[in-house]
Design a protein around this ligand. Structure first.
Ligand code: HOZ
Length: 440
């Protein structure tokens, strides 16, 4: 960063080209976007149109540069357009964009991912986290012969029908956690429990245990802010699922290879039956996966009867991007440095809050962090909803104008990459102090 770009002055506030581009986009794209939370629905104002992204920065159409703390919602863990990832992608693209047939990089990426997940023997690559979770749930229903799924309010597992019930992320942001169009029969198959409330899960098992196919959980919730599990929560889920013959699914689409090599299961030492992955494993390409032991995964077609398929699944360019990205993440000390940098930011934001007399609760793990305008750490969706979202919205714009790119919703986690420097982090903290002084 140059001195000028590190400044906390409101240098990015005027964006005429972005305004014009978004006006045009609104004529053809639904709401001007291809994923709702990007539309600035809750924070207000006009979404910023991106021209390019490099390293830790995003540049808009008007030539402003922002320190990026979204990282394309998680995948950009090594920074945008990392030279090694670009080389791998170029080299793969020159051999063909898609084969619709086996290629060696599918096996290589599968071996690498499975080597990081204890107890997981097989993987199936798909194209999005939605597909991964939807498929894992289908498999759990098939393997158990049961119908009900337990999920947690404010957790988000993509937009398949049975998961679009009390969902976080964009669904929470837009105030429709249970979407119209999800049939009542489908919604009735999903039992919703408060996150971090293992006693409530035990009560559900006591009532309808023989009907429960799976418990699906974000082991660290990232779609209602950043909400870590309370002590013993995940362990109880493990015990309850084992005792009742239900499948425990960790949705590590966000946390996988983001909070640690492998994911949060490597931090907490609890082994799920199935793991859903996405984001980091594709390094910015549309790659996701579900994985588990052979006894479950071998029930998926073509070995078993559980059908799931995709023309672009295991796409060679995506596989190459994933391999190059995870190759960088695997280096000794990668997550240690990333974790320190991210913790520095979380601490700095808390300090900025104290300086401005605003209650800010922050937390981080590996390269994932969050902050909420609340005196106490958030433990569940009701507490996430009770945070000061109006203040978040003002803060979001004040930060954007100061060159800091945050997710446009108080219901999202945030991400630091290996491309960020201490100077970047300190510039963000400085901007936050300045922004809070203006908007709190
Ligand atoms: N569901 C994503 C955030 N948790 C949003 C992705 C996007 O809009 O790109």
């Amino acid at each position: 960063m140059t001195t000028e770009q590190s400044s906390v002055a409101r240098t990015c506030a005027s964006r005429p080209r972005s305004e014009a581009a978004f006006a045009r986009a609104r004529e053809v794209l639904v709401g001007g976007v291809n994923s709702p939370v990007r539309a600035f629905g809750s924070v207000g104002g006009t979404p910023v149109t991106v021209a390019r992204a490099h390293g830790a920065y995003i540049e808009d159409l008007d030539g402003h540069r922002y320190i990026d703390l979204v990282g394309t919602w998680g995948p950009a863990i090594v920074g945008h357009a990392h030279p090694a990832v670009l080389d791998a992608v170029r080299e793969a693209a020159e051999r063909g964009l898609s084969f619709g047939a086996p290629c060696e990089d599918e096996t290589r990426l599968g071996e690498l991912v499975l080597s990081a997940l204890p107890g997981h023997d097989r993987i199936r690559f798909v194209n999005s986290g939605t597909e991964a979770c939807m498929s894992a749930i289908r498999l759990a229903r098939a393997a158990t012969g049961r119908q009900k799924i337990v999920k947690f309010a404010g957790n988000y597992h993509g937009h398949s029908d049975s998961m679009l019930v009390a969902a976080g992320s964009g669904a929470a942001t837009h105030g429709v956690p249970t979407s119209p169009g999800v049939s009542q029969a489908t919604a009735a198959g999903t039992v919703v429990v408060a996150y971090n409330d293992a006693d409530a899960v035990a009560r559900v098992f006591a009532e309808i245990g023989p009907d429960i196919a799976a418990v699906v959980v974000e082991p660290v919730a990232g779609n209602m802010g950043f909400v870590p599990p309370v002590g013993g929560f995940l362990q109880r889920l493990r015990e309850l699922c084992t005792a009742h013959g239900a499948v425990l699914i960790f949705d590590e689409v966000m946390t996988g290879f983001r909070v640690a090599w492998g994911g949060y299961q490597r931090v907490c030492g609890i082994r799920p039956d199935l793991t859903c992955l996405g984001k980091v494993i594709g390094g910015g390409m549309p790659v996701a996966a579900y994985a588990g032991p052979a006894r479950l995964m071998d029930q998926v077609s073509p070995l078993g009867p559980v059908y799931q398929a995709g023309t672009l699944s295991g796409n060679p360019v995506g596989m190459a991007a994933g391999l190059a990205t995870l190759g960088i993440c695997k280096a000794e000390g990668f997550y240690d440095r990333l974790g320190l940098l991210t913790a520095r930011l979380a601490d700095g934001l808390a300090g900025a809050g104290r300086g401005a007399g605003v209650a800010v609760s922050t937390g981080s793990l590996g390269g994932m962090f969050g902050f909420s305008f609340s005196a106490e750490p958030v433990r569940n969706f009701a507490e996430a909803q009770a945070c000061d979202h109006k203040l978040f919205n003002r803060f979001f714009h004040a930060m954007l104008d100061r060159g800091v790119w945050l997710a446009p919703s108080g219901y999202e986690a945030a991400f630091v990459s290996a491309a960020h420097t201490e100077a970047d982090i300190d510039a963000v903290i400085g901007a936050a102090a300045d922004a809070l002084a203006e908007v709190a």
